[in-house]
Design a protein around this ligand. Structure first.
Ligand code: HEC
Ligand code: HEC
Ligand code: HEC
Ligand code: HEC
Ligand code: HEC
Length: 237
């Protein structure tokens, strides 16, 4: 294949071009930071948490359902981060007498120190937000999960993540693409927290899986009258 080569006379402009691009980049960067929250579009954003909590362990290996901890996800716009009490159900510190409590898994672990501290003082653990849309966007978890959009579609395989990262860019295009064409992303509501679920059967090729998912998506959309809106006021109210 023939490559396009800039004519030789452009060489002397290259240095200037370099300066302009750098300046333009910095300018664009400032605009971008001003316009959007730094973490909104940050696919892969993965802050260090005060406690090395692992989803791969709790949701993966121990097979805890997402809703055990994120228990408001089907009922409200927000999917709350669990209160310390939820952790204490299993990670109770030693009791005052020094005898381990009933469910004191790793009761003396240094990794759990902030959890135990929070339990003692009543102040919540300072978890750092991984996802955050700008304030002018309205999002609602229950509107999605009760209609059969799974956590995995928007957050990726959290059950395999030791540290949660942002799996999708969460841009307006991303939202609207699915609102226009939800069929590839709809599943039975019983399966929304089963991140490994697919519409296909074991051994199906990728095409077979896709075809089955589309057929199911169309069926669910019609049956449940699922019609995501794309007018501005839905997300900017
Ligand atoms: C044992 C409790 C527990 C279970 C079970 C659990 N989570 Fe979490 N989740 C947490 C905690 C604690 C955090 C905050 C710390 C962090 O980000 O790792 C969190 C954070 C998250 C975040 C990032 C939130 C943000 O800050 O933007 C997502 C997304 C998430 N969980 C999804 C899931 C999904 C999906 C499942 C099921 C596969 C699940 N979680 C199961 C406790 C849990
Ligand atoms: C249903 C019980 C259960 C709940 C609820 C639970 N965990 Fe765990 N967690 C475990 C078990 C079991 C292990 C140990 C697995 C092992 O060591 O093999 C563990 C291990 C850990 C570890 C590793 C400790 C170490 O020293 O290696 C941390 C940190 C942790 N959990 C944090 C949390 C946090 C934070 C919460 C609340 C958001 C939480 N867990 C809720 C059962 C639970
Ligand atoms: C349609 C996409 C979508 C689905 C489905 C979805 N989430 Fe989210 N999730 C988001 C977005 C977008 C945010 C950021 C919300 C914000 O900043 O207001 C978020 C934020 C979160 C948070 C941080 C707290 C919050 O509400 O801002 C947690 C925890 C979370 N999701 C867990 C889950 C779990 C568990 C499921 C499945 C039961 C799930 N999500 C399904 C898109 C989704
Ligand atoms: C993977 C598909 C998918 C993605 C991604 C997605 N949505 Fe949706 N959205 C849906 C479906 C399906 C519905 C439900 C439509 C219905 O009930 O008819 C919905 C409904 C909504 C509603 C209506 C809630 C109500 O109160 O009626 C809002 C608001 C919304 N989405 C905002 C967003 C925003 C903001 C984003 C991006 C951050 C987003 N959605 C990303 C599929 C998606
Ligand atoms: C399905 C949800 C959804 C719909 C519908 C939607 N938006 Fe957005 N919009 C978003 C999200 C999410 C963001 C934030 C993305 C980001 O931070 O870049 C956004 C950001 C914006 C921004 C700020 C862009 C920037 O770069 O700062 C403007 C302006 C905007 N939307 C206008 C509109 C208009 C006009 C419409 C109707 C034609 C519309 N939106 C429809 C979800 C939506």
């Amino acid at each position: 294949m023939q490559r396009f080569l800039f004519p030789r006379w452009t060489n002397k402009f290259l240095a200037l071009l370099g300066v302009l691009t750098a300046a333009g980049g910095a300018y664009a960067g400032v605009l971008f930071l001003g316009a959007t929250s730094p973490i909104t579009l940050n696919t892969g954003y993965r802050p260090e948490q005060p406690v090395p909590f692992s989803h791969a362990l709790h949701a993966g290996e121990l097979k805890m359902d997402c809703r055990y901890c994120h228990n408001s996800v089907e009922k409200s716009a927000h999917s709350t981060i669990p209160a310390t009490q939820t952790c204490i159900n299993c990670h109770s510190p030693k009791t005052a007498a020094g005898a381990p409590a009933l469910s004191a898994v790793h009761s003396e672990s240094l990794k759990l120190k902030p959890v135990h501290e929070s339990w003692r003082t009543g102040e919540s653990v300072d978890w750092i937000r991984v996802h955050r849309l700008p304030d002018y966007v309205y999002f609602n978890h229950s509107a999605h999960v009760t209609r059969g959009v799974s956590c995995v579609t928007c957050h990726g395989r959290v059950d395999k993540m030791d540290i949660v990262h942002q799996a999708k860019d969460q841009s307006m295009t991303w939202c609207i693409d699915c609102h226009r064409n939800p069929e590839p992303h709809l599943r039975p509501v019983e399966e929304i927290t089963n991140l490994a679920w697919t519409a296909g059967a074991e051994g199906d090729s990728e095409e077979e899986q896709k075809a089955k998912q589309l057929a199911l998506g169309k069926k669910l959309k019609a049956e449940k009258n699922i019609n995501p809106q794309t007018n501005c006021a839905v997300c900017h109210r």
